[in-house]
Design a binder for this molecule. Structure first.
Ligand code: ADP
Ligand code: TRP
Length: 321
């Protein structure tokens, strides 16, 4: 099955990205025909400086490769190296109702957070649809926050096929429900754009400092606590073994446990989880040319597929008659 997903180079990758998306991407590559890309066109919607976007693109590439991306099998590239996707975006834009985009909660949320709504941010889901459709993707593994964008993609694909004939494969989203949304240190969704992240390859001391500051309620140490309402427990769920998690759940419910205690253990577990990949990450940093080669090779493979689909779409709408 063709599996595709994208991740924005909008900052250093964090454990929300890992548990919400990257982990699935890495697991799926063994069994499927995987296409993963770094969505630098999408990242432009939040106004990075040129150095930021270039630096973060390489950071994301190094993170993926260090964490186990199979550079031989998986097609891994930078979105903007295949500009065919922007032409398809235009063809799709012309059949996308404005109301469909107005209903997108991620757009509404970003505006509510004070981001100035540029046109790119508004039409972002159409570019995302083009990403998915141009590579004939069947399965799109993403975090729960992206579900609506995949629904928009399906809607656009069906509209296009109904209007012009069967050009696109209608994809399915693939969401790991058990992970849902990973909270950040302030309790909101962990996100690079909220500055509330714990980065995957952050120096261990800094990660610990952030973890010790995770927002909790003010229940006194001796009282019973509800693990399901606690940000620390939500993160423990991702890194603790089932037995240890059960023990923490009892400690929460029985009272007599301070949040500081749980945070300390969380910091250890997060550090241990990513320790095996640090060495490889450091090696890649000293071999940027290799990282660039991987992306260039991926772009070539991606371009071959994109070019074919785009040509079909052009013909379908009548641009080549
Ligand atoms: P960010 O919000 O930090 O900019 P992205 O929007 O680039 O992250 O998300 C990249 C991938 O990681 C997406 O598939 C998204 O669903 C997933 N993801 C991001 N943040 C979280 C989170 N807090 N919990 C679960 N998944 C997440
Ligand atoms: N919008 C996605 C995010 O912020 C990134 C993305 C861009 C994507 N194009 C995609 C994800 C295509 C899946 C498929 O996480």
């Amino acid at each position: 099955m063709r599996v595709l997903s994208g991740i924005q180079p909008s900052g250093k990758l964090h454990i929300g990205n890992f548990f919400g998306a990257m982990r699935q991407h890495l697991q799926l590559q063994a069994e499927h025909d995987s296409f993963y890309f770094i969505a630098d066109y999408h990242a432009l919607t939040s106004h990075p400086t040129p150095d930021e976007i270039a630096g973060h693109t390489l950071d994301v590439a190094m993170d993926y490769i260090a964490l186990g991306l199979d550079t031989e099998k998986t097609v891994f590239w930078r979105q903007s190296d295949v500009p065919e996707v922007t032409e398809l975006t235009w063809l799709l834009s012309c059949i996308t109702p404005v109301g469909l985009l107005q209903r997108c909660t991620s757009y509404k949320d970003k505006v509510a957070q004070g981001l100035s709504p540029n046109h790119g941010l508004f039409t972002y889901p159409v570019l995302q649809a083009a990403d998915i459709l141009i590579y004939n993707s069947e399965l799109v593994p993403v975090g729960a926050d992206q579900k609506q964008h995949i629904e928009v993609t399906r809607d656009i694909a069906i509209r296009f096929n109904n209007t012009y004939g069967e050009v696109f494969t209608v994809p399915k989203e693939h969401i790991i429900e058990s992970v849902a949304i990973v909270p950040g240190v302030d309790g909101r969704k962990m996100s690079k754009s909220y500055g509330n992240t714990i980065e995957i390859f952050e120096p261990e001391k800094i990660a610990k400092k952030k973890i010790m500051k995770i927002v909790t309620d003010s229940t006194p140490v001796e009282d019973a606590k509800d693990p399901d309402k606690c940000n620390v427990f939500a993160l423990l769920k991702l890194v603790a073994s089932p037995e240890e998690l059960g023990e923490w759940e009892n400690k929460y419910r029985n009272g007599g446990m301070g949040y500081g205690h749980a945070k300390k253990r969380l910091a250890e577990l997060v550090t241990d989880y990513f320790k095996p990949f640090r060495q490889k990450r450091a090696e890649l940093e000293n071999n940027i040319n290799y990282v660039k080669e991987v992306l260039a090779n991926g772009a070539e493979r991606a371009k071959a597929v994109a070019g074919e689909t785009l040509e079909k779409a052009r013909q379908a709408v009548g641009l080549r008659k």
